[in-house]
Design a protein around this ligand. Structure first.
Ligand code: 4AD
Ligand code: MG
Length: 467
């Protein structure tokens, strides 16, 4: 028989019957009777499997026995219209090659209905499951959609450094980067660590945000976005926090907070629409398996106008709720940083749609945010989503040199590694705004997964850096 070129399953399922094809992939299941075996073959190109029909009399029994769940095979055969329900076409096997056997007794994801917790412990294999195949294909499509969205608007993709000497968010939750010998740390006369002997000649960390460098880009190129890994050493063991996550950070010259909110809302809606248009099979699978309101929720977000509400109003609503008997774990009062339970109350119970909360107290927000005239609040904007809470954090930036410097000294921040940033306000300062979208938080929303560890291939969380 003539060797055919391999065709991916996604393509095979769309092809007309009546041709010889070659499929390669991993066996999901094998079932059948004495005379015929049915193999469900998946190659990762789609959630759907191609069915292989094997006439058992045409193949050695020993060989067929090696085709177990997880084994990797190549099958050449005739693509024919399927008699069974569930698929339009199937392959009548003529030749089967086994690339890799898979011991059913030892294959870690052999069993059906294994828990997500267990799958995290075998994250090196979990990509072979339908669930993670679906999630990771959606992740891929969303990354592409983000680039396409900004590209179509003329934004410049700017690569900001991962190693940095400044703490953008001022929260001090940074992973240090050093080549010093930790068993023999050099010290200066005062007994402090002598970072001048370190690789960069100063203390450095992994970045918590590309924003500061992003602002340099925006005040030169106009509109930029970053999209890359971000690191936070916060000890939050929650279903919404990772120590290593990906963030998308657009930064735009001449945008005020309103322009910023408009962009954030349009951006998220386009991404969700893109997901429904381009990942429907995978989303449908996740909808049917885990969360049958997923598709409805996605469509809901596209079709609704986000609420825009000042923080102060938000607190009033929450205080009212408490007065009416709603119980929160954390107290509510003007000035507190909202917990996810508060955010979700506003979004899921009170408004029943996404909320953009603005004008937060300056004391709970970063130094770079534009100060309001009231002297108490800043022009911050957080986009709050159902099931997630905060999905985007952003603001209009303080463009006044004097006010920015005032805030830096008020907070007692060191200017040593910030002078370059302050230069944006010294030389041709301009009104500008930006925000950060947590990529995995977006994926939580789009996939309906309930734990952020399950929307990234290899999660990094406190005490966990396996694989
Ligand atoms: O609100 P954050 O801390 O804002 C910034 O870092 C700004 N510099 C962004 C900007 O204005 N350019 O983080 C932005 C978003 C959050 O809304 C959240 O979605 C996500 O990043 N995020 C995390 N995602 C996963 N794990 C964590 N530990 C996260 N911390 C923040
Ligand atoms: Mg935030």
């Amino acid at each position: 028989m003539e060797t055919t070129v391999r065709t991916k399953v996604k393509e095979l399922l769309k092809m007309e019957p009546g041709q010889i094809v070659l499929a390669k992939g991993w066996v999901r299941t094998k079932r059948g009777n004495k005379g015929i075996a049915f193999i469900a073959l998946n190659d990762g190109s789609t959630i759907n499997n191609i069915q292989i029909v094997v006439d058992k009399t045409a193949f050695p029994e020993q060989m067929l026995a090696k085709i177990t769940t997880g084994a990797c095979i190549g099958v050449t055969g005739n693509l024919v219209a399927s008699m069974g329900s569930g698929q339009a076409v199937e392959i009548q096997a003529q030749e089967i090659e086994i690339y890799g056997e898979c011991d059913p007794m030892r294959y870690p994801i052999q069993k059906k209905d294994i828990t997500m917790e267990y799958l995290r412990s075998v994250a090196h294999m979990r990509m072979r499951t339908n669930t993670f195949g679906a999630v990771l294909r959606i992740r891929n499509q969303m990354a592409f959609a983000i680039h396409e969205y900004f590209h179509s608007k003329g934004f410049v993709y700017l690569n900001t450094p991962l190693i940095t000497a400044s703490d953008c968010e001022g929260a001090g939750q940074m992973f240090q980067v050093t080549t010093l010998d930790l068993n023999d740390i050099p010290r200066n006369k005062k007994g402090e660590v002598d970072f001048s002997q370190d690789f960069f000649g100063k203390q450095t960390s992994l970045t918590v945000s590309g924003q500061l460098e992003g602002e340099l880009g925006a005040t030169a190129l106009g509109e930029i976005y970053t999209f890359g890994p971000t690191f936070r050493a916060e000890n939050s063991n929650t279903p919404r926090h990772l120590a290593e996550f990906w963030m998308v950070e657009p930064e735009m010259a001449f945008y005020d907070i309103k322009d910023n909110m408009n962009l954030a809302e349009d951006f998220i809606k386009s991404l969700v629409r893109y997901a429904l248009d381009n990942c429907y099979d995978d989303i449908k699978f996740l909808n049917d398996k885990y969360d049958d309101s997923l598709i409805e929720r996605l469509q809901g977000v596209i079709g609704t106008e986000f609420v825009r509400l000042p923080y102060t109003e938000g607190i009033r609503i929450l205080e009212q709720a408490v007065a009416e008997g709603v119980k929160f774990e954390y107290p509510v009062a003007w000035g507190v940083d909202l917990q996810s339970e508060h955010e979700r109350y506003l979004v899921e119970k009170h408004f029943r749609k996404p909320v953009i909360l603005t004008d937060y107290p300056k004391d709970i927000k970063a130094f770079y945010m534009k100060q309001n005239e009231d002297g108490k609040t800043v022009r911050a904007m957080d986009v709050l989503f159902p099931k997630i809470g905060e999905i985007i954090g952003g603001s209009e930036r303080e463009a006044s040199l004097e006010k920015l410097e005032g805030r830096i000294s008020e907070l007692g921040m060191s200017r040593t590694n910030l002078e370059w940033y302050i230069d944006t306000r010294r030389f041709g300062s301009c009104p500008h705004s930006g925000f950060g979208l947590g990529f995995e938080r977006l994926l939580l929303f789009v996939t309906g997964m309930s734990n952020i560890r399950d929307v990234i291939p290899f999660p990094r969380t406190p005490k966990n850096a396996e694989f």
